[in-house]
Design a protein around this ligand. Structure first.
Ligand code: NAP
Length: 243
């Protein structure tokens, strides 16, 4: 496939947590590419026209199974999967309960594992597939108060690289995108002081737009990126350089 080849469109794309924030921007980017786009949501369903919403909680295997069945019936087997759903429960290590730790791991990392395992069944039959996980620079830099979140986001790198070795020969790629700070709802509980501190650490001297993350995800799922797998791509204005 050369760079001059026609862009492939009309693929079945599924984004977890695609009803708002970065996930919604990713959904819009694939929609604009002409793909068939589905997103999971838990409660909020105000989606753009053309996006199929499927109710699912990534901590609940049966809801994932139902969501995949609905997507497959409407759009065909999932060819592009973006495990994006994520939560934070920030607190310092000394105050972090085991539940604070395991609940974040369950949603962010085991949640990604659950949907990836389900999607790869179809991808193996298709002998093609793209998995783009939404991690965070926190997973490689570490952030005070984020032992749980950092562990979940670092784990995604291991998943992507092991999948690359297991399934790379079957036309399936697995990559990790690390978005810099995007002022979505996930930042609602973060103080202005901390936001100012984060801003000071970004060489680009600004926060990211959701579309700047989304467009990199869409490109990693394109034929132009067919030979990229197991890669960790920071989209963070240079904030995590050297990690
Ligand atoms: N914003 C940033 O600066 C930033 C930076 C680096 C990485 N990230 C990562 O980017 C991803 C998206 O974050 P965001 O900023 O867009 O956050 P957000 O606006 O808070 O959106 C989080 C999304 O995840 C979904 N979600 C959470 N837990 C879920 C569960 N158990 N099952 C299904 N869906 C679940 C939410 O669904 P509901 O609407 O149902 O709650 C929502 O759609 C996350 O993985 C986050 O860690 C964000």
């Amino acid at each position: 496939m050369t760079a001059t080849a026609e862009r492939r469109t009309g693929r079945s794309v599924l984004i977890t947590g695609g009803n708002r924030g970065i996930g919604l921007a990713i959904a819009k980017s694939f929609l604009a590419n002409g793909d068939k786009v589905a997103v999971t949501y838990r409660s909020e369903t105000d989606l753009p026209e053309g996006v199929l919403g499927v109710k699912a909680d990534v901590t609940d295997q049966s809801s994932i199974e139902e969501a995949f069945k609905t997507v497959e019936a409407a759009h065909g087997p999932v060819e592009v999967l973006v495990p994006n759903a994520g939560i934070t429960k920030d607190t310092l290590l000394m105050r972090m309960s085991e539940d604070d730790f395991t609940s974040v791991l369950d949603a962010n990392l085991t949640g990604a594992f659950r949907v990836i395992q389900r999607a790869t069944k179809g991808m193996m039959k298709l002998r093609k597939g793209r998995i783009v996980m939404i991690s965070s620079p926190s997973g490689v830099r570490g952030v005070p108060g984020q032992v749980n979140y950092s562990a979940s986001k670092a784990g995604m790198i291991g998943i992507a690289r092991s999948i690359t070795r297991e399934l790379g020969g079957r036309g399936i790629t697995a990559n990790v995108v690390m978005p810099g700070v995007v002022l979505t709802d996930i930042f609602n509980h973060v103080s202005e002081d901390i936001k100012t501190k984060y801003l000071g650490e970004i060489p680009a001297a600004r926060f990211a737009e959701p579309s700047e993350i989304a467009n990199v995800v869409r490109w990693l799922a394109s034929d132009e990126a067919a030979y990229i797998s197991g890669a960790v791509i920071p989209v963070d204005g240079g904030a995590s350089m050297g990690h």
